[in-house]
Design a protein around this ligand. Structure first.
Ligand code: FE2
Length: 161
């Protein structure tokens, strides 16, 4: 009976985490689209709002990540992964450290975007590079989490270690 209740709780966090990963993928894809488009030339419409638009998108991403990471940390996911796969403890610790690092880097890029001077092409290139690296890191981070969640599902079905 207790086992059934626990399974249900697992199903709830698993569905929510996977759903949030899909939502995050969409947000990241939109940000990548934005980064692929050149900033309108100085004097053209949208030129002076480019950096403001970028920092708004980063604020939204940070907000989404903050809530998502907190749910992963407190919703039972990390504990259950470690419980079922003690060997994944180091990997889970790394993921938790990365949550802090990813949030910090997204805040720093946001601050850099806010203080960006639009005449300086070097600043724009640096901003784009830094954000692309962050999105790559985030993609890899979520990929590892998805793998751990899948391993846990196999384990629950009695197919894993
Ligand atoms: Fe995640």
């Amino acid at each position: 009976m207790q086992k059934t209740a626990q399974k249900t709780a697992t199903e709830i966090w698993r569905q929510q985490v996977l759903e949030e990963h899909r939502l995050l993928n969409r947000t990241v894809a939109e940000l990548r689209d934005f980064l692929e488009r050149p900033r309108p030339k100085v004097g053209k419409e949208g030129s002076h709002t480019w950096a403001a638009d970028l920092s708004k998108r980063l604020a939204d991403l940070h907000d989404l990540l903050f809530r998502h990471f907190r749910f992963e940390e407190r919703g039972g996911m990390m504990e259950e992964v470690v419980e079922s796969h003690p060997r994944a403890t180091g990997q889970v610790d790394n993921l938790l450290d990365e949550h802090t690092a990813i949030l910090k880097e997204s805040r720093e890029i946001m601050a850099a975007a806010l203080s960006y001077s639009e005449g300086n092409a070097g600043d724009e290139r640096r901003l784009r590079r830094r954000l692309t690296a962050l999105l790559d890191q985030l993609g890899e981070h979520e990929r590892i989490e998805n793998t751990l969640i899948m391993d846990l599902a196999y384990h629950d079905l009695g197919l894993g270690d």
